[in-house]
Design a protein around this ligand. Sequence first.
Ligand code: SAM
Length: 215
Amino acid sequence: MSGTNDYAVRRRRMVQEQIAARGIRDQRLLAAMSDIPRHLFMDQALWPRAYEDHPLPIGSGQTISQPYMVAVMTDALGLSGGERVLEIGTGSGYQTAILARLADWVYSIEYIAALSRRAQTVLEQLKIFNVNLMVGDGSKGWPEQAPFDAIIVTAGAPVVPQPLVGQLADGGRLVVPVGDRGVQTLFRITRRGEELVREDLGGCRFVDLVGEYGW
Ligand code: SAM
């Protein structure tokens, strides 16, 4: 059985070899990923594999994303500390924890109640309190809390969910995988007044975004 210190060593290695070595430079993001104990967001049987370079199952047919993908998506949001962030797909809560370290407040929506409950428990254990979790259809966003400076969708959508675009603040960024089931392109959409700037950030693979504006 590994001790806390072993996991800290594995985390530092994960950050160096899988994230910094692939070009992520944001020091706040690298520090957050070095600090936050990713293994606690999955079943204990998976702890020995928690820092491997791929997604892992979290139950209910869902996954905790690959560490590098968490880093790429978070980096694309360009967080500097004061933002209100909306996350669609809480899953294990790991990405939520990273966002909570880098922004002012995180709103996160998960479709599957059992996953949201477990994520809430781990976030409380880690004393991460600048988050609001909700169970529901995140493809519609969270209109009561809009606008958001950054929105991240951690499941693959058939098209960009329009309610999310509508809930972006001026200058806000939406990072979302869009495409076919099982293979998508990661897009960043930035609102500049009435104009929307769309950038292609490369290929990715996510589980389905379900709900009204999903599959
Ligand atoms: N960010 C997560 C993590 O770090 O563990 C990974 C999330 S997993 C790849 C995608 C999640 O999106 C799943 O938990 C799934 O249930 C959720 N999901 C899919 N469609 C959704 C929707 N319409 N609203 C909210 N959550 C949704």
